[in-house]
Design a binder for this molecule. Structure first.
Ligand SMILES: Nc1ncnc2c1ncn2[C@@H]1O[C@H](COP(=O)(O)OP(=O)(O)OP(=O)(O)O)[C@@H](O)[C@H]1O
Ligand SMILES: [Mg+2]
Length: 429
């Protein structure tokens, strides 16, 4: 099947809408053409003449959200890692099509990524949104971990995705995500943002960290801090603060090869760091202590919580921070005869796995819990570019959607109209 418009063959699109960033672009390309925040700003524009006429204005994308406006409220379409606001989701998708890719949605088949624990009803809703609202000619929903595996040329792998909202481990076997082995928590980039803020405030002797919008820079001069403005909505302050915290996270955080003992490392050299507002801090052991939480297993909580939180798809372990425990648990839920292949094909994806030391530590912890004769091996070569690791979900989608053999997999508009949204469960495993 091929799609054409005005006689020209048209390419397919790939969108990966994460809880922090949306990655969107054309299938067959190496990297997403557009990366922008998955947040929507709203503002009531009260019409002074007609008191009851409350027009809401929407703001999406880096540029529109770059400067604060009175009562501009910034919201995420996600809650607890799943879509909760479909109106906002629609605006993000529209921004990708119109403002960033500059294409008409009716002209291009679209491969949309999804978390492996997406509720059934949400899958149907996404399909309806793309067909009914955006008039897409064909749609496919593909699971993140399967795409990450494809991006690394693998059909079988243990995929550890640690992004913004949470960490999710999925065993992929012969190109399918094994539902019973999916385990996840709610500890990743957003939690580290909060801890990094505390780390910086401690280093600044209690002085709070300024959000990006208050930092005014003129070339050759020290930055000045604009006064606080009470008309700026707290959600905008949080949004703007992330810009500052992300820089700090990327420059400072480091994960040690083995459990980090703060007492024994008291004398590690201080790291000097310049915040985006130009102020300087010295950070010691906290550089390791903060991301150590990614590997902190709290055995006391685990079993009790696990019983209650069994999701529709995948098991939610809110009190299990430790990524290696999730990975271990995931493997143990799989048949014994595929475990060896999972250990030997470890794939890390998501921004939080970019913290230096993450891969080595996970390997070490997993190896320590693996059977004697089993070797834990990363499926990613150490020469892989950071973008290949960070955006492997999108890249896998780009590869899949451009394969000749994939073209028969699309759900066409006609199939959707004839069979309804439930067709997604049949055609998109
Ligand atoms: N080099 C880095 N060091 C530390 N953290 C990083 C680095 N690069 C990105 N991150 C963090 O990774 C997170 C974003 O990762 P990613 O783009 O994979 O998330 P997402 O796909 O939007 O979210 P999710 O998959 O969780 O829904 C952010 O919290 C960001 O601060
Ligand atoms: Mg993601």
């Amino acid at each position: 099947m091929s799609f054409s418009h005005g006689g020209d063959e048209v390419g397919s699109l790939v969108m990966d809408i994460g809880t922090l960033n949306t990655k969107a672009g054309f299938a067959g390309e190496d990297t997403p053409k557009a990366i922008f925040p998955s947040f929507v700003g709203t503002r009531n524009m009260q019409d002074k003449m007609q008191e009851d006429n409350n027009e809401v204005r929407y703001y999406v994308g880096h540029k529109q959200l770059a400067s604060p406006k009175d009562n501009l409220q910034v919201e995420s379409p996600f809650e607890n890692g799943v879509i909760s606001n479909w109106d906002h989701m629609e605006r993000i998708i529209d921004h990708a099509y119109t403002a960033r890719l500059g294409v008409k949605s009716c002209d291009h088949p679209i491969l949309m990524t999804e978390v492996p624990y997406q509720p059934r009803q949400h899958r149907e809703q996404m399909l309806s949104l793309l067909f009914d609202k955006f008039d897409a000619p064909a749609v496919f929903l593909a699971k993140n971990p399967v795409l990450s595996a494809f991006a690394h040329g693998k059909y079988t792998a243990l995929v550890v995705d640690s992004g913004a909202y949470g960490t999710c481990v999925t065993p992929v076997h012969d190109g399918y995500a094994l539902t019973r082995g999916i385990v996840r928590n709610q500890f990743a980039g957003f939690s580290l943002d909060t801890l990094t803020k505390q780390l910086l405030e401690k280093a600044r002797k209690g002085e709070s960290v300024h959000p990006l919008y208050r930092i005014q820079k003129t070339k050759g001069k020290p930055a000045t801090i604009l006064p606080q403005d009470s008309n700026i909505h707290p959600s905008y302050v949080d949004y703007s603060l992330r810009g500052v915290l992300h820089d700090a996270k990327e420059q400072l955080l480091k994960i040690s090869d083995a459990p980090f003992d703060e007492q024994r490392n008291k004398s590690i050299p201080l790291q000097n760091y310049e915040l985006l507002d130009g102020s300087l801090v010295d950070i010691g052991t906290d550089r390791f202590v903060v991301p150590e939480r990614l590997f902190a297993s709290d055995e006391r909580h685990n079993n009790a919580q696990q019983q209650q939180q069994n999701d529709e798809m995948g098991e939610f372990m809110p009190h299990q921070n430790a990524v290696h425990m999730l990975a271990h648990e995931s493997i143990m839920r799989c048949d014994a005869d595929i475990r060896k292949d999972l250990y030997a094909n470890l794939i890390l994806t998501g921004g939080t796995t970019m913290i230096p030391g993450f891969a080595k530590r996970l390997e070490n912890e997993l190896q320590a819990r693996a059977p004697m004769n089993i070797k834990v091996k990363p499926a990613i070569s150490s020469a892989a570019l950071p973008t290949e690791k960070k955006y492997s979900v999108w890249i896998g989608g780009s590869i899949l959607a451009s394969l000749g053999s994939f073209q028969q997999m699309w759900i066409t508009k006609q199939e959707y109209q004839e069979q309804g949204a439930a067709i997604v469960h049949k055609k998109c495993p």
